[in-house]
Design a protein around this ligand. Sequence first.
Ligand code: PMT
Length: 398
Amino acid sequence: MLKGKKIVLGVSGGIAAYKAAELVRLYVKQEAEVFVVMTKSAQEFITPLTFQTLTGNPVHTELFSLLQERDIGHISLADRADAFVVAPATANLVGKVACGIADDLLSTTIMATRSPVLFVPAMNVNMWENPIYRDNQARLEKFGYQFMEPAQGFLACGWEGKGKLPDPAAIVEQTRVLLSPQDLSGETVLISAGPSREEIDPVRYISNYSSGKMGYALARVARRRGARVILVSGPTSLEPPAGVEFVAVTSACEMRDALMERQERASIMIKAAAVADYRPASASTQKIKKSQHDDLSLSLRKNPDILSELGRIKKGRILVGFAAETADLVKNARDKLEKKNLDLIVANDVSASGAGFDVDTNIVRVLGRDGSDEQWPLLSKEEVAGKIFDRILELERN
Ligand code: PMT
């Protein structure tokens, strides 16, 4: 979603200024266009040439020399931003903007922009906690400027505490929030993701190929669009998305309990998890040994159908299910939509290439209780997630 977006990155003078180079690299990797504005002090820590090389764009440092070139003056810089990020933001810069002082290119450009602005403070912990700084940040927040919390750790000044620049990947994610409509704010979205694992004995289990990618994409997109997100996940190798309430589970029964415990808080529920329909009737407490017999039978017991249970108690809330099919996609998905009392079902033909398990893309057909039926083309799982939330908002409006 950063592709083609114009990001103006303000760099002010703190030791963390060198980390802004990594941030630029991540933006450029996402195909964003980056324009860097540096304060005089920032240039003591890192040179404009570094940013110019990484962005392929001239770096802006001087207020007065730029005014001579009208098309790249500070107003033009301010106007071209889709998002304005200041990282690191020093106490001095935050204080200046909070007081309306615009005496250099960066402070002037921040005050002139109409794009959303994100400050990412990094400073000594005592400066961060100083009531003058806190007051300045609160004043800017009151006017709609956004702030990230500094990270905790050992600071370059020798102190330990809050004040480090957050991880550049987290700043990139927060930039996506800045660029997203906040049309899910006020919603609480409960999502299930990943596979369930059903224990046979201490070293073996029954499971499936779900990687969690689809469910985690839903969680990231919902959070970006302003929702509170609760993600209940079976075992995956993915990092839990930042800013979501994350609940790790293993078996279908644990997943059921975790979802039931939290469902009352949710206004939207989406079940992308691939839940095992059966589990071994009894898990052996010891590793099952090879016997003299060639055949070994495993007795299986049906797992709870969590989606059906949610369908029975959902009342007016939105409930979305997924269907992983290899044949009769539409018929099977429509049956599940009806039987499980869903508002939408997202049907994957998991035998199609680029769709379903453990890939970054999906091809889905989305059927609605209102009779709607849409075939979406091959899209990234994040794009699919975005379109699912668009459909949910349409359902809520009607
Ligand atoms: O995780 P990825 O690698 O990204 O793969 C994504 C996916 C293929 C897992 C996902 O897109 C998907 O299709 N998820 C649903 C898989 C599935 O279990 O489909 P199903 O047709 O068996 O189940 C239908 C629905 O009932 C699902 O919403 C499922 O979560 C739910 N269910 C199923 C069984 C059960 N005991 N309880 C349930 O709640």
